[in-house]
Ligand binder design. Structure first.
Ligand SMILES: [Zn+2]
Length: 310
């Protein structure tokens, strides 16, 4: 062209989406993840362990700035979201860790459930389903994808939605139905999650205390996360990490020292626990957050959660 040879390229950027020759969208997702992680690191360096923007604002940064950047153009590549789950989880984890100070080993799935942020692969699919619904009936020619005879484009998502959501006339109720559908999938994933035993003990329905936990201050939220995930400074967790050999409760010397024991079973702390939750055992599924916060402020339990006793 214009007396110059055109150089063959495997990739081209069109409307902000990096298209590769095989439409794997791997380069696009990797580039987006790289940019977003850089952004999150800038944000994280401006936040201390106990000071910085409130968890509510930090969650807004994650859900209002970071996730829309990642889900841009998801309409054409959402069927690939699960292929790049590891990359997407990395972004999600960085964002969640900026909300509070927790131990490094704290699992991402537990943090998502407590803080009410849907796993990124499911969130991407939900965004796409809502976009499909928005153009429902308007787009006459639908892309059926270029992938070995399987539906990959709009028709794939149309079929998925047709099977599971009754597309009626009421826009708001249909939107809620689609969001509910993906929340059900999240609940199903959580139900079959093989780890996060202590978080599963407290919470059956993911996200049920998300809005309430986001309103706590950083210090309180950090303690609540340590209590609910089990990744704290109690003897049982130290025993698992191999730093000490004993896992028995330092107060009653009977049970295994974990938060479930301290909150519900420990005879040595029973009177203090009862006082803190006004005569009731701490409820679960979902936990009474007010009672939980008060319980973590009981002197002996709070100190035990914060640091290992000598
Ligand atoms: Zn005990």
């Amino acid at each position: 062209m214009a007396n110059r040879d055109l150089i063959y390229s495997d990739m081209v950027k069109y409307l902000g989406v990096l298209l590769d020759s095989k439409l794997t969208f791997g380069p696009h997702i990797r580039e987006k993840v790289k940019k977003v992680i850089r952004l999150l690191y800038y944000f994280k360096t401006s936040v201390g362990q106990l000071w910085g923007p409130s968890p509510y604002l930090t969650r807004w940064v994650l859900t209002g700035i970071v996730l829309p950047k990642i889900t841009y153009g998801a309409m054409v590549r959402a069927n690939r979201a699960t292929n790049y789950k590891k990359h997407l989880n990395r972004v999600q984890r960085l964002g969640l860790l900026a909300m509070a100070h927790v131990r490094r080993s704290t699992p991402t799935a537990g943090l998502e459930v407590i803080l009410g942020v849907m796993p990124l692969d499911l969130h991407t699919q939900c965004v796409v389903a809502l976009a499909v619904y928005r153009v429902w009936g308007r787009n006459q020619s639908r892309w059926d994808g270029i992938e070995r005879g399987h539906l990959q484009g709009h028709l794939f998502w149309d079929n998925q939605l047709l099977e599971q959501v009754d597309m009626g006339d009421c826009a708001n109720s249909n939107k809620r139905a689609i969001q509910g559908l993906f929340h059900d999938r999240w609940r199903e994933h959580w139900k079959h999650h093989t780890t996060c035993r202590q978080t599963k003990y407290w919470i059956d329905d993911p996200g049920s205390i998300g809005d309430a936990t986001a309103c706590l201050d950083r210090l309180t939220l950090s303690t609540v996360l340590r209590a609910l995930t089990g990744h704290n400074y109690l003897n049982y967790h130290h025993h698992i990490t191999g730093s000490i050999s004993k896992q028995s409760c330092r107060f009653c010397r009977e049970g295994r020292e974990e938060f479930i024991h301290l909150a519900c079973e420990c005879p040595a702390l029973a009177m203090e626990c009862l006082g803190s939750v006004r005569g009731l055992w701490l409820s679960r599924n979902p936990p009474d957050l007010y009672g939980l916060v008060r319980l973590t402020k009981v002197n002996r339990i709070g100190k035990a959660l914060e640091r290992r006793a000598e």
